[in-house]
Write a protein that binds this ligand. Sequence first.
Ligand SMILES: [Zn+2]
Length: 484
Amino acid sequence: MRSNKEEIKTPKVRRKKRRSLNREFAVVTYSMIALYLALIVYFCYFVGFQSEAFINHSSNPRLSVMSEHTIRGDIKTSDNVVLAHSDYDGKNETRVYPKGREYAHVVGFSVNGMSGAEKDANFYLLRSHAFIIDRLKNDLFEKKNEGDNVILTLDSKAQEAAYNGMGSYKGAVVAMDPETGKILAMVSKPDFDPSTISQQWESLTSSSSESILLNRATQGLYPPGSTFKIITALAYDRNGRNDNVTFDCSGDFTSDGFTIHCYGNKAHGNQSFETAFANSCNTTFAKIGLVLKKNSLKNAAEDFLFNTDIPTDISNVKSSSFTMDKSANDALIMQTSIGQGNTLATPLQMALVASTVANNGYLMEPYYIDSIENNNGINVKTFKPVEYGRLISKKEANRLKKYMRKVVTEGTGTGLLTSSYKAYGKTGTAEFSSNKNEAHSWFVGFANKNGKKIAVSVIMEGAGAGSSHALPLAKKIIDSYLSK
Ligand SMILES: [Zn+2]
């Protein structure tokens, strides 16, 4: 019986030991599995996200290997207009730009160091998601695969209106959807023919070329002129603007020996702040500048991302600058308050100001690569809008909206008054030389119709008053986009 008992006991003990051994095994096994899973997750993350940024770096040799095996894909607008495609004769590839100069800066070129979408989307254009059977066939016969197509956020009608409307002026246009950050139009003049870029390279990069290759929309730095009054108005609101205070304008205003004139020396008379904004009254804004607390203008400008890198995947975007410090004299304060002084802004920067006001104080990051499709038009990837964050409060945005609406209903922007949509804006006439007759024509604003929105920023170099040139061009762009 005893031995029987023993016999019964023994397996129990063994089982216990085995169990504890099993537990140790399990711990080791599960740890290994967890480690593997972590590695796999990291690998997928790298392949899925990091590698694209890594490979897309234009100096990466892997891209030139990819180009040996792939016919570069097409670039198209959001409404399916082909902007770039490759002709391949079995040996050589020729890049063709059916819309030529109209999209020169924004689409860019794929040679000479690349630029524009050709540069920013290079990786996607050289990657192929062609059907596996097609790819196997191509590999077997040592043929190139067809690269993926890149769809931009651009709207062909808005782009056409912007390009044609600019005429023979130098300048730039940026139009965007304030609720998504999608760039709808981007024009820079003077322009170039992207299909002959290599042949013209020397003359285009010479010092006498008028910086033709520069994308003025994202890199052109201009005095913002009266469009900056949007920012001065924000600073004034924050300083406790009083509705009962009025401003008397006799056409000019002098402080500390420096005189500010209203456009054409016009005397605007006694006006409320809102009316002064609508009239773009320089003497009012010079007076306001002098009573603002130190650094209020700088803080307001920096809240709108002056002196900051613009959050965007578009390459070669310049920051705008605001440099007035606490020691500025009256002359500099007065000039800065009306958008002269040392302040410099890109047209994209001013589009972001309008866009933020239109979007109730929130900035959406501007972007122009919408999605990627394979050679058969099947979607491979879509880029989603990215919210950068709140730049100004909703209350502040609503006040600025009110001011910008009054510009259109009874101020310098009545050219935009129409029953077909509701428009808001600010004109600008920015002096850039000692000759008072030479001025850039600016307009920034936005419009909406049945929930569809567009923000625009237009500058026409040396064209004169904002209301007579930049505003009519902005109207053409808004009309073309909202009429669809
Ligand atoms: Zn005035």
